[in-house]
Design a protein around this ligand. Structure first.
Ligand SMILES: Cc1cc2nc3c(=O)[nH]c(=O)nc-3n(C[C@H](O)[C@H](O)[C@H](O)COP(=O)(O)OP(=O)(O)OC[C@H]3O[C@@H](n4cnc5c(N)ncnc54)[C@H](O)[C@@H]3O)c2cc1C
Length: 272
């Protein structure tokens, strides 16, 4: 069902405190950049409901370091990620991924918090966060809690976030080792990923994939092979067994498996 934006029941929060009280008391659905929400409404997969516009909450738009932890506010746009020297120094593959999200308009409006909360297994920012073991900071009117991004998803578009919570920030500890990111889609820009991979080459490599399962996944068995000194051929064979992609409108399971294995080999060669 298509819905005119002007006809939506939308409140606008002007502070985080106010936003958290409104979603606790009125159970409104937060809207950040609206790049996923409006598409879902247009496709009829999201029935218009009561919304809360959180776009004005500038306090969720900062990129900073606290001790040696990089802290990215949930409302940080891809454009801000691309322009941040701090992010470029600490997590260059997040800049790479951000450059490949949609076009400039989407990069200006789309937020990292929205990419996480939307729960799509094809979200390009999430494999990066999974490969660096990022922490999602969730806050309600009463409390704050931290959840590893690798435990955040409980199923297809299912997350641990409660209806009275907002994602307020993403925390990333220092990343040791070379970072590597690739997105494979129908074309370079404006395409949803068929396979996306983010990885860190360290004594214990960290390897994450998007678009190959119901959620973004870490390739734990493959990581174990490589960290225990196994060859890249052993790792490639393990990955072929470990990943269980699906056929869908964008690609076949077999194509996704083969591309994933090729990406793993490329990662290993590029980061020697
Ligand atoms: C043309 C087009 C191209 C795109 N290309 C890509 C692409 O290449 N790669 C990619 O990964 N994505 C892409 N997207 C999807 C989208 O732009 C991203 O997922 C974006 O990061 C979503 O952020 P948003 O702020 O717009 O989220 P919104 O649409 O505002 O919200 C999405 C979901 O997250 C929830 N939410 C938002 N912020 C919070 C928060 N702080 N706390 C709790 N819940 C929250 C909302 O309630 C909603 O459920 C594209 C979208 C379009 C329309």
């Amino acid at each position: 069902m298509r819905a005119a934006v002007s006809a939506l029941d939308m409140r606008r929060a002007t502070s985080l405190e106010e936003a958290l009280k409104i979603i606790r008391d009125e159970k409104r659905m937060p809207v950040a950049g609206a790049t996923d929400v409006y598409v879902a409404m247009n496709f009829g997969t999201l029935v218009p409901k009561q919304f809360l516009d959180i776009w004005a909450l500038d306090e969720l738009r900062t990129i900073s370091s606290r001790g040696d932890t990089l802290v990215i506010g949930a409302l940080t746009s891809y454009t801000s990620l691309i322009q941040s020297q701090l992010v470029a120094d600490r997590v260059p593959m997040l800049v790479q991924a951000s450059r490949l999200v949609g076009g400039v308009q989407i990069q200006n409006r789309g937020t990292l918090g929205g990419n996480i909360a939307n729960g799509s297994p094809a979200a390009d920012g999430v494999p990066v966060l999974a490969a660096v073991d990022a922490i999602v900071v969730l806050r309600s009117a009463d409390a704050e809690r931290r959840v590893s991004i690798n435990e955040y998803y409980t199923g297809y578009r299912q997350t641990m976030m409660r209806a009275d919570e907002l994602i307020v920030a993403i925390e990333i500890s220092p990343v040791e080792g070379k970072q590597w990111f690739r997105k494979v889609g129908t074309r370079a820009a404006q395409a949803i990923s068929k396979v996306v991979m983010a990885a860190v080459r360290a004594p214990s490599p960290r390897i994450a994939f998007g678009s190959v399962a119901a959620t973004v996944v870490r390739a734990r068995e493959t990581e174990r092979v490589l960290s225990s000194g196994g060859s890249i051929e052993d790792a490639a064979e393990t990955l072929g067994r470990e990943l269980k992609p699906i056929d869908d409108v964008r690609s076949t399971a077999e194509y996704r498996r083969r591309v994933s294995v090729n990406l793993l080999r490329r990662f290993w060669a590029d980061t020697e």
